[in-house]
Design a protein around this ligand. Structure first.
Ligand code: ASP
Ligand code: MG
Length: 411
């Protein structure tokens, strides 16, 4: 008898009827002969509601108390789901992170799982029960309640699956799987049957919010067989696998965009050693995450430097950089909110030439100017003007024929 871990997101347990539907699905898997462990998010919207409540009380709620508060969202949904399963005549038990022993570090609101104690879960499964776990929460060795970051119930599910060495981990959500691009925006976006961990990591990190990125990292590390599927209807969804398991390799798997980006440009830096170190050290000290960086030197002994950061960090970034303007000795700094990053992703790029040139050509033909470029083995990203994002994604999606099932090459 295999162990399967199923995770249901907030939209799948948003009201009592939906909770009853989830209960039916779970009991079906149990009847099929599996040991079922379920990880649940808080009922849709309830975490936001709790955050709002906290901010009505204080604009800076103590971190510890915020985690104490947010962890209650999942405690509600696991209890209700366990009741729904019992109502169907099956044995179920709900458990919090504390009861299981999901041990985390002490970084409130963004804690990381250090270990999971399987004992309680296994003994409940042994008694024939369906085990329903609270996602998104854990406990420190000092018995403090922590949460793992927004959307992190996915991460709980994969961590539990890895710890139990489960046969599979199924993430049930409100979409049917992973798409070549956002189906709400891009005409012809197609659901992928399979995708590699690495591609999924790029997609998760780039604004395709189907899965929490840390969950994909963990799944890759422990080779957890992972799938994403709809909790509302049947269908195989998308499976996420190791590269070597992909039978037919697609050159490009998807196009994503991220509008939550801003660009900072420094003009007239002295072209001498240590300048970049000085600037990025100051930003690192303030915990500001930098993404793309380009620097070019001109002939007069100065250099220009541009980089991107999250839109929310732009003001702080410009302020920090301005503070060291005299010390570093550059002429000016300016920030630009009005940009977006568009990325083309595919493991097939490793072995195919011409993907970059084709991307740049199609953008040029659409009159879209590329302000910055960065590449990796499986990704090409371009910074463009924000209001051209939808168009850019569509023309790239079209040129690589991502809507067609047969855009594949055999290994
Ligand atoms: N309830 C948490 C959130 O809304 C965790 C999750 O849903 O995965 O972010
Ligand atoms: Mg989610």
């Amino acid at each position: 008898m295999g162990v399967i871990v199923q995770k249901y997101g907030g939209t799948s347990v948003a009201d009592s009827q939906k909770i009853k539907n989830v209960a039916k699905r779970i009991t079906q898997s149990h009847k099929d002969g599996n040991s079922v462990v379920v990880v649940v998010s808080a009922m849709g919207g309830s975490t936001d509601q709790l955050i709002k409540l906290a901010h009505e009380i204080s604009d800076k709620p103590p971190e510890r108390e915020l985690d104490m508060l947010l962890s209650t969202g999942e405690q509600v949904s696991i209890a209700l789901l366990a009741m729904a399963v019992s109502k169907l005549g099956f044995h179920a038990i709900s458990l919090t992170g504390n009861q299981v022993g999901i041990i985390t570090d002490g970084f409130y609101s963004n804690a990381r799982i250090k270990s999971i104690n399987n004992d309680r879960i296994l003994s409940e499964l042994d008694q024939g029960k369906i085990v329903i776990l609270a996602g998104f929460q854990g406990i420190t060795i000092d018995d403090e309640i922590t949460t793992l970051g927004r959307g992190a119930s996915d991460t709980t599910a994969v961590a539990v699956a890895a710890s139990l060495n489960a046969d599979r981990c199924e993430i049930y959500t409100d979409v049917d799987g992973v798409y070549t691009s956002d189906p709400r925006v891009v005409k012809g976006a197609r659901k992928l049957d399979q995708i590699t961990y690495d591609e999924m990591l790029e997609m998760a990190g780039l604004g395709t919010k189907v899965l929490h990125s840390r969950c994909v990292e963990l799944a890759k590390k422990f080779e957890v067989p992972l799938s994403v599927r709809s909790s509302f209807h049947k269908g195989e969804g998308t499976i996420i696998v190791k590269e070597s398991k992909i039978m037919e390799e697609v050159v490009v798997s998807g196009v994503t965009s991220d509008k939550d980006q801003a660009k900072v440009s420094l003009i007239g830096l002295p072209d001498t050693p240590g300048m970049a170190a000085e600037i990025f050290q100051a930003l690192a000290d303030a915990s500001i995450n930098i993404d793309m960086i380009i620097q070019n030197a001109s002939q007069d002994g100065t250099a220009d430097l541009s980089f991107t950061t999250a839109e929310k960090d732009l003001d702080k970034t410009v302020e920090i950089v301005s503070r060291i303007k005299e010390k570093v000795g550059f002429n000016s700094v300016n920030g630009d909110f009005n940009i977006a990053k568009v990325s083309v992703i595919g493991i097939g790029m490793k072995s195919h030439v011409g993907i970059a040139s084709k991307t740049f050509r199609v953008l040029a033909d659409a009159g879209i100017n590329i302000q910055m470029i960065s590449t990796s083995e499986i990704k090409i990203s371009c910074v463009i003007k924000e209001d051209q994002t939808e168009n850019a994604v569509q023309v790239i999606h079209d040129v690589f024929e991502l809507g067609h099932v047969d855009n594949k090459v055999s290994n």
